[in-house]
Design a binder for this molecule. Sequence first.
Ligand code: PLP
Length: 377
Amino acid sequence: MQFVDLAKQLETIRGTVEERIKAVLDHGNFILGPEIKELENKLAAFAGVKHCVTCSSGTDALLLPLMAYNVGPGHAIFTTPFTFIATAEVVSLLGATPVYVDIDPDTFNMDPAKLRQAIQDIKNNNKPTLQFPDGLIPKGIIAVDLFGLPADYDAINAIARKHDLFVIEDAAQSFGGMYKGKMAGNLSDVAATSFFPAKPLGCYGDGGAVLTNNDSLADVVESLRVHGKGQHKYDNIRIGINGRLDTIQAAILLAKLEIFGQEIEKRQEVAARYSEGLKNAVKVPHVPPGYRSAWAQYSIISERKKGLMARLQNAGIPTAVYYPQPLHLQTAFSYLGYKPESMPVSEKVSGRIFSLPMHPYLDEADQQRIMHTILQV
Ligand SMILES: Cc1ncc(COP(=O)(O)O)c(C=O)c1O
């Protein structure tokens, strides 16, 4: 049994994938070929946004808007410690300071009440144990849609407006999810998504996209993606990066996008079966009314995590822990001075959480076996 079964997916779309790749080999435009614009138009339409700029990874999709907002030293960017390192790494890379905001224990996403407090603390220069530079200026927020469930954007966007901050939606895991009638990728000023192979919409390498309704931001991101280009690629008007998506990856994504809507529906069925079967044995994911998760992961909480994971492993069932160590306690961020117990919810959750196999092709018999193994423990 696979944790994410890409081979089964490929069985169903091999013909289209091969045709799409062959078309790229035939026309030979490997860099920014016609598939790139076609994909960008389709992704923008899918998410309901005006602009999509594809790029080389989900990490660059976070980096590019931060660069477009001129984030740098002296700026505070508020984000959650219960995420993949890329979310905060890009902030540090630009010389700005990631300021961690603890999560809601039910959704695992940024807790808006704690965000309010964290902004106030930075404005008051109140940072007792932290090694932050003095006089940090609150500049923006990166909210993460963890495991595919959107964060609470009504609350987060309202706080951002009050303090004149931008909001980036880290939709690396939530593309295909929804929040109050809007698609993930369209829930704040700008969104970043990832096409890492195991993501709900994944390519066969690295890839990502920036999504926004802001015309000028999209222009700047597009320029930054190609070394800060102006009128053409040898007219360089700002410092940028080489952050393009490969044409071949775009071709693969176009093939996968055709079945993506159905796959998201299948993920809902798999998740519903897990939740129904496991709700009396472990803490199953909470999806608030009006939200749809893209179910990048199906993660459960149990005091008996170790025993459960061992039993599942013995039964040949793969599991994974996202995330064993919250970012504020990672060595890479030790320079910020966060201490254990400073983010109690993230720390408690990371000790008790683990994820079960989740993909649209998980058959019912396998799923029954997974649930049966858990219920036996
Ligand atoms: C929440 C989150 N943000 C950002 C990223 C970075 O994406 P990529 O691996 O495509 O750079 C990931 C990928 O794992 C992620 O899960």
